[in-house]
Design a protein around this ligand. Structure first.
Ligand SMILES: NC(=O)c1ccc[n+]([C@@H]2O[C@H](COP(=O)([O-])OP(=O)(O)OC[C@H]3O[C@@H](n4cnc5c(N)ncnc54)[C@H](O)[C@@H]3O)[C@@H](O)[C@H]2O)c1
Length: 247
């Protein structure tokens, strides 16, 4: 079923990992894509894959935590497609350290990229959604927001902040036909988790009832579900995609 035909999705951090998988999944469901990240080369590769699926793709580079580049990206997208129907706030980083060794710049950078970007992008994109009285906003949080993790106080705070942001904006926009939800992935095989030491990987695996790490596509399927017309009555929720790690 082509349930997203005629819709336009903007995905941040779309050059690799979960963002890339989300962009491809939405394209397979019929959407055209605006792909954002800081590095152009990876975005061009994803755009080429989307075009082979018969969908349109616009590559828009820039730091999505800053107002000026985001406003330029949204203006470029509206010029190309006239509307943005789905926003996936996916761009994220980690700068891990135990509390006493955590530098202020590690704290600030993680909060800026993981949380401020969602605010900046949502504010910019929701203007058009409000006029259209429809839209889907999906924020990629993390199970770390729910369970905490030693060495990730900055990351956990940013991802927990995203959940509060999701629920508040969901309340603000619900009467205008716009849903706002969060997806909380567990441990997913991407660049972000590639450098996990073997011991940490084993420790994690033991705590996942399903016994294995997820793939970016597992998260992408949930984002597609939340983007579809069928989920018009679902808002302000957090959906874990974690093999049962948190329940
Ligand atoms: N991999 C996991 O296990 C996991 C688990 C839970 C949540 N997440 C979250 O999922 C999202 C994607 O993670 P991933 O594993 O695919 O990571 P990744 O490092 O493979 O990809 C992150 C993407 O974000 C982009 N990005 C980073 N900072 C940016 C900025 N300021 N402006 C624009 N783009 C920026 C990068 O260029 C990259 O394309 C992140 O928000 C991450 O926190 C990942």
């Amino acid at each position: 079923m082509i349930e997203l035909q005629g819709q336009v999705a903007l995905v941040t951090g779309a050059g690799r990992g979960i963002g890339r998988a989300v962009a491809l999944e939405l394209a397979r469901a019929g959407a055209d894509l605006v792909l954002c990240a800081r590095t152009q080369a990876q975005l061009e590769e994803v755009a080429a894959e989307i075009r082979t699926l018969g969908r349109r793709a616009l590559v828009a580079t820039g730091d999505v935590s800053q107002v000026a580049p985001v406003e330029a990206i949204v203006a470029q997208a509206l010029q190309e497609f006239a509307h943005i129907d789905i926003l996936v706030n996916n761009a994220g980083i980690r700068r891990d350290a135990v509390l006493l060794r955590m530098k202020e710049e590690d704290w600030d950078e993680v909060l800026q990229v993981n949380l401020r970007s969602a605010f900046v992008c949502t504010r910019a994109v929701s203007k058009g959604m409000l006029k259209k009285r429809s839209g889907r906003i999906i924020n990629i949080s993390s199970v770390i927001a729910l369970m905490g993790n030693a060495g990730q106080a900055n990351y956990a705070a940013s991802k927990a902040g995203l959940i509060g942001f999701t629920r508040s904006v969901a309340r603000e926009l619900a009467s205008r036909g716009i849903t706002v939800n969060a997806v909380a992935p567990g441990y997913i095989e991407t660049e972000m988790t590639r450098d996990l030491p073997q011991k940490a990987r084993e420790w994690i695996q033991e705590r996942i009832p399903m016994g294995f790490l997820g793939q970016p596509e597992d998260v992408a399927k949930m984002v597609r579900f939340l983007s579809a017309p069928e989920t018009r009555y679902v808002t302000g929720q957090v959906f874990n995609v974690d093999g049962g790690m948190v329940m």
